[in-house]
Design a protein around this ligand. Structure first.
Ligand SMILES: Nc1ncnc2c1ncn2[C@@H]1O[C@H](COP(=O)(O)OP(=O)(O)OP(=O)(O)O)[C@@H](O)[C@H]1O
Ligand SMILES: [Mg+2]
Length: 396
């Protein structure tokens, strides 16, 4: 067994964890060396194995905090290794990140069932590999804390819109990333099966989850495994096929999922499907805040006006509902005209923003470097979205 660099130079290790141990399993020496180098220089303890069988021995000798494994290897494949680790009480909690060639992606998706938590395709983008590994380590550290202490009861913030393309998913993601950046344990529950765009903006792979028609909270471990971590520190649960339309959504299961997530997170952000319909009322009622997002166009203002009226009928809805005017396009309509169309003034306004445009159209990873700038521009407005209703009006 090759032993990588065990010295720990000043590096960036996951907050609160001292020198996590990573086991790298690959039959190609070049890959082992490259990946070992990336982790050891960041202060991780690194160990390597040449195939699944050797890795299994290494894990039993000294369980690592994370296993990064190739798929196709002699003697024992990465899939078999994952299955063995998951089948053993001593090792089933260890997160597993798979490395696969692009044409093995289908295998890896099948591999989720056998225990993989994440995968990354070769050729390896080292920065992405490290980011995914760190997200997995954070999540597993949080899960361990969660076992020791009774979980929090998350604040639930739902994003809804009456018309598509008004930036609801983008704002849901921005809100979640902002909260996670402030150290709040945050999960985004993507209920919009038509697009899965919130999950995609975050870089969460929605395909694995989409095979599970319903995120059945009773399924315990399986349910927990459907919650994936993403590089900005937000966990994501994606509803599967057949979920999200009035006919297909098992509202009881979605609610059960929501209750289970509430125990593990401090903030739960829901991206609701188009359009707000009465079957969603239980989800709306379970939310501490409902953000009704509209653009400045007359069509989306008029569509939303109808919904605010319908929502007013739900118990306690008015105190929890925020009308968010998102200037997704520049519009000649002034505030008075907008208030007239809406039947009221908006509670929060989000300005037209090139950074939000980039976030929503390119995804978080494409603008991660500019995140700080977006957070300082929009932090107050988005903070108001999760804050108390009384302080919600923000002048921009
Ligand atoms: N304030 C903003 N300024 C500029 N562009 C924005 C703003 N907010 C969102 N966008 C852009 O608007 C587009 C639509 O956003 P998004 O997909 O979040 O909308 P949605 O309401 O969730 O739509 P859908 O019905 O497709 O789910 C995206 O390209 C996004 O980047
Ligand atoms: Mg959307």
């Amino acid at each position: 067994m090759d032993v990588g660099d065990r010295t720990a130079p000043a590096g960036s290790v996951v907050g609160g964890m001292s020198q996590p141990a990573v086991l790298i399993v690959d039959d190609e020496e070049d890959v082992r060396n490259l990946v070992s180098y990336a982790f050891s220089r960041r202060g991780y303890r690194v160990d390597t194995s040449v195939d699944g069988a050797q890795a299994l021995e290494a894990v039993h000798l000294a369980p690592p905090d994370l296993v990064i494994t190739d798929v196709l290897m002699p003697r024992m494949t990465g899939l078999e290794l994952a299955e063995q680790l998951r089948g053993d009480d001593r090792t089933k909690h260890i997160p597993i990140l798979m490395l696969s060639a692009r044409d093995q992606v289908e295998d890896v998706l099948a591999g989720y069932e056998r225990g993989a938590d994440e995968y990354i395709t070769k050729p390896i983008e080292l920065a992405l590999l490290v980011a995914k590994a760190e997200a997995l380590l954070r999540r597993s550290a949080r899960d361990r804390e969660g076992v020791a202490t009774p979980g929090p009861s998350a604040t639930v913030v739902a994003f809804a819109r009456a018309k598509g393309g008004v930036g609801a998913s983008t704002l849901a993601v921005a809100t979640a990333v902002l909260a996670a950046g402030q150290g709040r344990r945050t999960c985004l529950f993507d209920l919009d099966t038509a697009t899965h765009s919130a999950a995609e903006i975050l870089g969460a792979d929605a395909r694995g989850a989409a095979d599970h028609a319903v995120p059945d909270p009773v399924a315990g471990d399986l349910f927990d495994r459907l919650v994936v971590s993403t590089p900005p520190g937000v966990d994501v649960l994606v509803t599967g096929r057949g979920v999200g339309s009035a006919g297909g959504l098992r509202v009881d299961l979605a609610l059960g999922a929501l209750q289970r997530l509430r125990q593990k997170y401090e903030l739960l952000v829901l991206d609701l499907p188009l359009t707000l319909e009465s079957w969603m009322n239980p989800l709306v009622e379970a939310s501490s805040r409902v953000c009704l997002v509209t653009g400045p166009q007359v069509t989306s203002l008029a569509a939303l006006a109808g919904h605010t009226h319908a929502l007013a009928g739900l118990p306690g809805a008015m105190g929890r509902t925020l009308v968010v005017l998102n200037h997704v396009v520049d519009s000649p309509a002034g505030p008075a005209e907008i208030a007239r169309q809406l039947g009221r003034a908006p509670d929060v306004e989000i300005p037209n923003s090139d950074l939000l445009l980039r976030l929503g159209s390119l995804g978080w990873s494409a603008m991660a470097d500019e995140w700080g700038e977006l957070a300082s521009q929009l932090g107050p407005a988005l903070g108001a979205v999760v804050g108390s209703p009384r302080t919600a009006s923000v002048a921009l």
